[in-house]
Design a binder for this molecule. Structure first.
Ligand SMILES: [Zn+2]
Length: 360
């Protein structure tokens, strides 16, 4: 009788459909190695291949970024290391180059930069990175800080646009940078600014303020509406998803990477997890996964591999499950965001392909 009752059969069928569609809406912890993912913010600054090897094991592709550091390895050496790794792992490593303002006072600065970028683009760079030393370190002949909205950058940026390349901008710093160490929200910022007092703006009130850094970046975006721009480190608006939402609304040609700033979302999750979750779902087309993993010639490959695997799997757990978690940078426990699959697919894969113009 049971077998022949059509309404019971229908109910059973509906239950099966509902159950399977529920489980398929979300990824699980175990899905981590199955999904091809991008980490778009790493620094492969050596011939050590630990991060790339772990990326292959964990089904990640990497974008290695060169930075205009005032120490070794310099941009040329970093780009050579990254290109070495790209050639060794062509399916898994992509590169971003950079330029320096060292010769800013020379009348041929723009042409020198363009000639160098042309070479790096021919060697496969997807785009360029501009760094916080624009706004915090470099000064012009009159002793004024060189901010990113100077018209003199136009020629270089126009060249980058014409070449179909993109720009990553790490401009400004987390808002914590303008606070005393004991008022900072996450321990990673405390540790960094303790070690890098030259960048701890609380100690340098004569430097441009947090608001001035962001305003210069906004004017730069206003000057370059057609530029494909990725704001590194949540575009230095890591402390408030509401404030970041306003910028992403205003600049649809800007996406942001999460490198080294997921802890700030976790910090905000302590008090309002739903707000963070709703924000990520709403801005799912402008958010890109990245970590800031770094490897040099002096690194211990097996330590780096363990560290990368742990970081990648912990972040995955935060985004795909609703488990209660802790993180070393955050004081307290918070709940994972359990984002829908299509959002996870975008932040880990499709947005990287789109914003970095990756032919994958
Ligand atoms: Zn970085």
């Amino acid at each position: 009788m049971f077998k022949n009752n059509p309404s019971v059969n229908l109910l059973f069928l509906m239950a099966v459909i509902l159950t399977s569609s529920c489980t398929e809406r979300f990824y699980k912890v175990d899905d981590f190695p199955k999904l091809t993912k991008f980490d778009t913010h790493v620094h492969l600054s050596g011939s050590n291949t630990g991060i790339a090897e772990q990326a292959i094991a964990d089904n990640f592709k990497l974008v290695s970024i060169s930075v205009d550091l005032d120490e070794k390895p310099d941009i040329v050496q970093q780009f050579n290391y990254a290109t070495f790794q790209k050639n060794k792992f062509p399916e898994h490593v992509y590169t971003i180059t950079s330029f320096t303002l060292e010769n800013w006072n020379s009348p041929t600065w723009e042409d020198e930069v363009i000639a160098k970028l042309k070479e790096d683009f021919e060697r496969g760079a997807l785009g360029i990175k501009i760094w916080k030393n624009i706004g915090m370190t470099y000064k012009d002949a009159d002793g004024k800080f060189i901010m990113i909205d100077r018209p003199r950058f136009d020629k270089v940026i126009n060249f980058i646009k014409q070449q179909g390349k993109m720009v990553i901008g790490h401009l400004g710093e987390p808002r914590n940078c303008w606070l005393p160490l004991d008022s900072m929200t996450v321990s990673s910022d405390k540790a960094y600014f303790k070690d890098h007092p030259q960048f701890h703006m609380y100690l340098h009130p004569e430097y441009p303020s947090y608001e001035e850094q962001l305003a210069a970046r906004d004017r730069f975006l206003d000057r370059n509406p057609g530029l494909q721009f990725v704001g590194a480190h949540l575009a230095s608006i890591e402390w408030s998803v509401d404030e970041l939402a306003k910028r992403l609304d205003k600049y649809p040609n800007m996406a942001v990477d999460m490198a080294e700033r997921i802890c700030h979302w976790q910090y905000q999750s302590l008090t309002d997890r739903e707000k963070v979750r709703d924000f990520i779902i709403k801005y799912q087309d402008q958010l890109i996964y990245g970590t800031d993993l770094y490897i040099s010639d002096f690194a211990d490959n097996s330590n780096v591999k363990n560290y990368a695997h742990k970081l990648w799997t912990e972040d995955w757990k935060y985004f795909v499950t609703d488990e209660t978690m802790t993180a070393p940078q955050v004081n307290g426990s918070f709940q994972g965001l359990k984002l829908p699959k299509e959002v996870v697919d975008k932040i880990y894969y499709h947005n990287a392909v789109k914003w970095f113009n990756i032919k994958d």
